[in-house]
Design a protein around this ligand. Sequence first.
Ligand code: NAD
Length: 503
Amino acid sequence: MSSITNHPDEIVHHLGNTFQSGKTKPIEYRIKQLKSLQKMLEENREEIIKALFEDLHKSKFESILTEINFVLHEIKYILANIYDWVKPEKPPKEFANILDDVYILHEPFGVALVIGAWNYPLQLTLGPVCGAISAGNCVVIKPSEVAPAIAKFFADKIPQYLDEDAYQVYLGGIPETTELLKQKFDYIFYTGSTVVGKIIQAAASKHLTPTTLELGGKSPVYLDKSANIEIAARRIIWGKFINAGQTCVAPDYLLCSKEVQEKFVLSSKRILREFYGKDPKTSPDYGRIVNDRQFQRLTNLLKTSDIVVGGDTDSSERYIAPTIVTNVKPSDPVMQEEIFGPIFPIINVDNAYEAISYICNNEKPLALYIFSNRKADVREILENTSAGGVTVNDTVMHLTVPTLPFGGVGSSGMGAYHGKYSYDTFTHKKSVLHKDLSFLGEKLSNARYPPLTSGKLSYLQFMLSPGLTFSFKYVSHLATFLLGIGAVYGFQYLYKLNSKANN
Ligand code: NAD
């Protein structure tokens, strides 16, 4: 716990005062804090890697690539673009506002709460925090108690690098978070399960606090025989078993024909051996299940499945081998909840239409993956299904593109972030109409005043008609064009006069 206090009301009050003082608003201040966060990640790299190993048995490679570098990239991207983002927006005007200024100012919400999840405990906590800082907010940072080593790292280090008056780490589990959620925040950004997402939303609605909910769900993969099965299998196996399947956008299940399934299973056996060796348990690159509760839940799912690859478990290490199961029915337990572990069921469908029907009969997923070389089928699936995001011919990778918004839809969440979308998420867009106060301006708009006559109504309808704006734009373009031509002729005329005079 950082030093101000550990009472949620006092923390929120303190940060609220800091926000009111205007301290966090200057761009230079935001940049300084982001650079400090960058320094924290660079100077404590080894400590972070150690903590991630302690929490999740994460390899050094994955810790650097999917956690530390991910956040560093986000910070660098924000630093490179922030001056452009903060500029007031100038939307097009209608004819009725021809004498006025119409613009959109960006203002931070105030005190934001960021609640992180355990599976990528650094990235999923600090990623949104970067967005909140870039937009000028104060932040209460609540890491997941399920990844205690990283939570402790935040509590120790963040006060050393970030301004404690504006950014506070608050530790705890369900009781502490419940207490925290009683406070009135100006924004809540939550990452975690759909079940808890509803609790967060209910708490936020008591204060009408806007929220972003980054939730989960069963993300399907569709694979057809037009795809190169070997390449597809490598990309699917990688996306599924990275972090031992504990990735929100991990492929949850595969939809393919029996014929494709046979080839996929054969390729997968070979690929898994290549990735993790003969015994994945001894591979330094293969993770563990985060806690006993999750381990128990996953091993229960295995009991009712037809295992064709893997299936070994070891409770002493919370190890579950990369596992593929077939002959799966939609009513099986493994298809009733998000798996969030290294178990990959295959459901047989004969074509893209059956896949669409299966996907649409279930909740909207966070991610959807399509492996196919048939453009018409890819289009058909894209147009007839809904998902937070899609990668065609790969898995997971859409979330690495900073120009794409990352978020869910329906029960997989609401709102989005990454890059500019993070800045936008934590920014209120304040509309400003700055009216002209001159006699002419008053003349243009005084038809709204009583006594209200039919003549005034016709005049206002004419002034507000979209056609008038269009004609005005057209006329103004024409006028600019004619002025341009006039200027050219004018200059030529002056040039000739000047030449005559010199001769
Ligand atoms: P978790 O247990 O770490 O919970 C997330 C946060 O919610 C934690 O900070 C925790 O303290 C808090 N919390 C838990 N129960 C609470 C309660 N009753 N009241 C208030 N706060 C509570 O993580 P999890 O929920 O097990 O995470 C797994 C889920 O998160 C999966 O469904 C996964 O798909 C989803 N997820 C989504 C994303 C995304 O970006 N969309 C990323 C990671 C995980």
